[in-house]
Design a protein around this ligand. Structure first.
Ligand code: ARG
Length: 647
């Protein structure tokens, strides 16, 4: 007999309650949901499939562990208040739940009996360890058959532009995208993490030209991202100056013409500037890149590869690894040409002075007109995205294509999805699987040295600040093995948590002081909660030499204080929080849960002393705190944080 059946038998249940789509060995709540469903079906005669989904988790422990609105049972023609009373009166004595309670006339609240809940929950957590809360069968193509294989997702996130600043939008995309990739992986999906670099277009011709003028091999190797950015800024300055010169000369020409004077000399000057201008030469370089001329391609490949190497190091600090570094440059001319041809065939596009545009207003006024091919036949950001969607489809056959991109690009992605849909056939099928995960802006993000340019600058600054904060506690600081590394991790946690606190669509203010504080709902506060649990275990192990390695074997009935019980009720809810997160796709769902738990933990310590308590009580509390540490740890890792053991 398995452990779960044995535990349930001890409380008097001979079979494990299991309704469809419930996972009793993974999710303690599913045992209760199934059990209550079975009891309610018996007394009401209502179909179990109706009851199960309307048993809902509560936001406050005072309202019970599960709750149900009687009208949700869809029994017409009944007096709901009387019906509610009837159900509650008929509800039989159960080994798992207390007699139900009515709230507001038609709400029924179910409270779990503490003793079985504690043993079921703590043993589930301690056995599942790092996977507690996660459920890899959710991502199966057919959830009832493991051989159906997992669903696949291609998630495009971070996607910065080479030689341009890594701005707040990229930071948020990186954080949110990394989180979503973790969530879907934990739900068993096959996740392809894709970085779609901005690395194509005439501006990369400008960059190559700039490098000829101002580039340094040494600097490129040392700091490719910074150096290319500087080169780009310098060459752009020259280009802007040229445009300025041409403009003023043209104005002069007009004036001279009015006076009837000779303009041939100054016209020749304008021509001279234009022919040798940065813009013109960059256009040619880019043309040779498009044509695949080896020399042009070689330079550009080097820029790209060195930048990617650098990005990889920075992403590693954030616990993020991409499976693919793609980018606009990787989209083949052929796949774009095929798509454009289909668009033309379908009669979607029109010619506009040699360029090709699609009038999308007939689908939705807000979508406007979209340019998909320039006069000279070259592609645009949108065209490349159309090609990219087809390539993702052909390469991976994904069930879902996710784009984690700032709300500023809502229109761009809406146009992309609409164009695919209108193209029909396979493209329409692709469009049905596309999802834009958008998010608001970060306001006032600047480092102490000025405006932000690169992700590294932000992380360095926050890490420095964290290091200062840590040093204010000399005693603890002395105990941390690698304070700089810890400061770096804490700083990153501060940034991530601040970013995830609100709903994705909300804008927020980048506030270095607030996010690095130990008080309030911050990253360092969560890390502190985790480190404290680790220290409780360390201290207990120092004081007691023979702690059993399997804490599920200790006498858990000694956990009878309300603080212990309420903590277990929260821990038991984690697998459900994970399920909700899959629906909301909001990091804040996880974060709010973790903060609530951290608060419950911090108010429990005075009541549930570990070291100094009688041995069996100590072991039971240690089991509770180990389970809490594990749950907190799992939630933090899901968010992309690296939980620290000391700080
Ligand atoms: N590189 C783009 C930017 O910085 C973001 C790309 C997002 N992904 C996409 N498939 N369009 O604005």
């Amino acid at each position: 007999m398995d452990d779960l059946s044995r535990t349930l038998q001890q409380v008097g249940l001979n079979t494990v309650p299991q309704e469809p789509n419930c996972f009793p060995t993974i999710n303690p709540f599913d045992i209760y949901r199934s059990h209550i469903t079975e009891l309610l079906a018996e007394i009401t005669g209502v179909d179990k499939n109706i009851i199960l989904p309307v048993l809902q988790t509560t936001s406050k422990l005072e309202n019970g562990d599960l709750q149900m609105a009687t009208p949700a049972l869809r029994q017409k023609g009944k007096d709901m208040k009387a019906y509610t009373t009837e159900i509650v009166e008929k509800f039989p004595e159960s080994p798992l739940v207390k007699p139900p309670v009515i709230v507001n006339g038609t709400f029924i609240c179910f409270f779990f009996k503490p003793e079985p809940l504690i043993s079921l929950t703590l043993s589930t957590i301690l056995k599942a360890g790092p996977s507690y809360g996660f459920n890899p069968s959710l991502g199966l193509k057919d959830p009832s058959s493991p051989s159906s294989g997992p669903k696949k997702m291609v998630i495009d996130f971070s996607s910065p532009n080479i030689a341009k600043p890594f701005h707040a939008g990229h930071l948020r995309s990186t954080i949110i995208g990394g989180f979503l990739a973790n969530v879907y992986k934990a739900a068993g999906w096959d996740v392809v993490r894709l970085n779609y670099l901005g690395d194509w277009g005439r501006q990369y011709g400008i960059l190559a030209l700039g490098f000829q003028k101002f580039g340094s091999e040494e600097k490129l190797k040392e700091d490719p991202i910074g150096h290319l950015f500087n080169v780009y800024v310098e060459i752009s300055r020259i280009s802007a100056q040229e445009e300025e010169d041409v403009k003023s000369k043209n104005e002069e020409i007009l004036k001279l013409k009015e006076k009837g004077e000779d303009v041939s000399k100054i016209e020749a000057e304008v021509r001279e500037i234009e022919e040798n201008s940065v813009n013109e030469r960059a256009r040619n370089i880019f043309k040779s890149m498009v044509n695949g001329e080896p020399e042009a391609i070689a330079t550009w490949t080097r820029f790209r590869e060195l930048s990617i190497k650098k990005y990889q190091e920075t992403y590693a600090r954030l616990n993020i690894k991409f499976d693919v570094y793609s980018g606009e440059s990787q989209i083949s001319e052929e796949s774009m040409a095929t798509a454009v041809a289909k668009i033309k065939e379908a009669g979607l596009s029109e010619d506009s002075q040699g360029a090709t545009i699609i009038n999308l207003t007939k689908f939705n006024k807000k979508l406007g007109k979209a340019l998909i091919q320039k006069k000279d036949g070259t592609s645009l950001y949108l065209t490349r995205d159309i090609g990219a969607a087809h390539e993702r489809w052909n390469n991976y056959k994904p069930d879902r294509l996710v784009y984690v991109v700032a709300s500023q690009q809502d229109l761009h992605l809406a146009q992309l999805f609409q164009i695919l849909k209108a193209m029909g056939g396979e493209a329409k099928e692709i469009s049905e699987r596309c999802q834009h995960i958008n998010f608001g802006m970060v306001l006032g993000m600047s480092t102490r040295k000025g405006t932000v340019k690169f992700l590294d600058d932000i992380l360095r600054d926050v890490g420095d600040k964290m290091h200062e904060v840590m040093k204010t506690n000399e005693g603890k600081y002395a105990q941390v093995a690698d304070p700089l590394r810890t400061a770096d991790i804490l700083g990153i946690s501060a940034v991530i948590v601040q970013d995830m606190k609100g709903k994705r669509v909300n804008n927020y203010h980048f506030d270095l002081d607030r996010m690095t504080a130990f008080e309030g709902d911050t990253g360092p506060y969560l890390q502190y909660a985790h480190a404290r649990l680790c220290s409780i275990y360390r201290k207990a192990a120092e004081a007691t030499p023979d702690i059993p390695s399997d804490l599920t074997t200790v006498d858990l009935s000694l956990l009878n204080e309300s603080h212990a019980i309420d903590l277990v009720r929260q821990l038991a809810a984690w697998p459900d929080v994970f399920l909700t997160t899959l629906k909301t796709q909001e990091p804040t769902t996880v974060l709010m849960y973790l903060f609530k738990m951290a608060h419950a933990l911090s108010s429990s310590y005075d009541h549930l002393q570990v070291v100094g308590s009688e041995r069996n009580v100590m072991l039971a509390r240690l089991a509770l705190y180990s389970a809490a540490r594990q749950t907190l740890n799992n939630g933090m890792r899901l968010l992309g944080l690296s939980p620290v053991e000391r700080m």
